[in-house]
Design a protein. Structure first.
Length: 234
């Protein structure tokens, strides 16, 4: 399937459920169809499937709730990281369900995404928002939990060229962190540039996309990985 076909498949599913966002596993598949690199993962509809996926991926893993009523998973304690054993996974699976239900009793829990834990690196953010007049606008900046505090981001209208992407990287104040700051490994900025171009393509080819949020995007010497994906639809 093409990227457009993959998006339309999950867009229709979201329309049928009257939600304005793609589920975690749906957004991940759309991103992969645009060759955006994500950690290896699988969708588990029950505990047994979660154990099977974790054993296939290898511990440690991350677990994230999948629910049509939950878009911000961390707000309802629907994420657990660093799950290192079968026993921890069983406890975490039940714990996530319990906490989400406590915060949102009406939530329908379809299952959980089990993903391979990523390594060390610099946390960045790549995103896109659709302006009603200008169209899709791509964004890059330093990411993680501090993006709203420091607001170290830059924007460009889509489509963008390689020179514009180069400018975006150099415009953020945290750019020096990507170049091997104080003994850190030099980040693969080439992989990061490809991600920005891919997000722009995703937004340009799919006018139903209202916003894309990849945060954090972990960048190190081996490449870049979008650790969390969110796609809002119009």
């Amino acid at each position: 399937m093409t990227g457009r076909e993959t998006f339309l498949k999950y867009y229709q599913a979201a329309q049928n459920e009257n939600r304005n966002f793609l589920l975690e596993n749906e957004a991940a598949e759309v991103c992969r169809s645009y060759r955006l690199p994500l950690p290896e993962s699988g969708f588990a509809s029950d505990k047994e499937a979660a154990l099977s996926i974790a054993e296939r991926l290898g511990y440690p893993v991350v677990m994230k709730v999948v629910s049509p009523q939950v878009i911000h998973k961390s707000d309802v304690e629907g994420v657990r990281v660093g799950i290192a054993t079968r026993e921890q996974l069983v406890q975490a699976y039940d714990g996530i369900v319990e906490r989400v239900k406590k915060s949102k009793p009406e939530a329908e829990i379809k299952g959980q995404v089990i993903a391979k834990m990523a390594g060390e690196g610099v946390e960045t953010i790549v995103g896109l928002k659709r302006d009603e007049v200008l169209g899709p606008v791509v964004m890059f900046g330093m990411g993680g939990i501090f993006v709203e505090v420091y607001q170290d981001v830059t924007f460009r209208l889509c489509p963008v060229g390689k020179e514009e992407v180069e400018e975006m990287l150099s415009e953020v104040k945290g750019f020096q962190l990507l170049g091997g700051f104080r003994g850190m490994a030099k980040a693969d900025t080439g992989a990061l540039k490809k991600m920005i171009l891919a997000v722009c393509a995703l937004g340009t080819e799919n006018p139903e996309v209202g916003a894309v949020d990849l945060n954090p995007v972990l960048v190190n010497g081996e490449g870049a990985l979008a650790l969390d994906t969110r796609i809002i639809i119009k």
